[in-house]
Design a protein around this ligand. Structure first.
Ligand code: MN
Length: 142
């Protein structure tokens, strides 16, 4: 489980749960992530994402804020209700320009946010920053 011994992680591609209702955004983000060695599991609605997250235990969740029916803030709060997911980074994807909306994503339990439209040149490094920031684990589990 030490960061200095990455061999295990290289074999097991980190799984990213991508909750996004827009097909073009879903396609682009999936393409960029798979190109960089991640396994991507898509969800097109909040409830589907919440259900999948509990089942697959992703290494990271990318969450569109503008979703039909259940918005991303609500999805983030629901995800944080699941103790098994408490250390999983949730990265909001938002096109909102207002600072208050970004704060709302953090208040809802997101670890941070990436601005829409996704920038193909920086998306991978942005995602990897959140993966690195994930708590190392060990000793915190009951
Ligand atoms: Mn959307």
């Amino acid at each position: 489980m030490h960061a200095a011994n990455p061999s295990r992680k290289e074999i097991m591609k980190p799984t990213i749960l991508l909750i996004e209702d827009n097909e073009q955004n879903l396609y682009l983000a999936t393409f960029l992530l798979e190109q960089n060695g991640f396994k991507v599991v898509p969800a097109r609605t909040g409830p589907e994402g919440i259900e999948l997250a509990g089942r697959i235990q992703p290494a990271l969740i990318i969450l569109d804020i503008q979703l039909p029916q259940m918005d991303g803030y609500t999805v983030a709060r629901e995800l944080r209700q699941n103790a098994a997911l408490k250390d999983v980074p949730i990265v909001a994807v938002t096109s909102y320009a207002m600072v208050g909306d970004r704060e709302r994503t953090l208040e809802a339990g997101c670890s941070g946010y990436i601005e829409k439209p996704i920038n193909p040149d920086t998306f991978r490094s942005q995602v990897e920053e959140y993966l690195k920031a994930r708590p190392a684990g060990g000793g915190t589990q009951p």
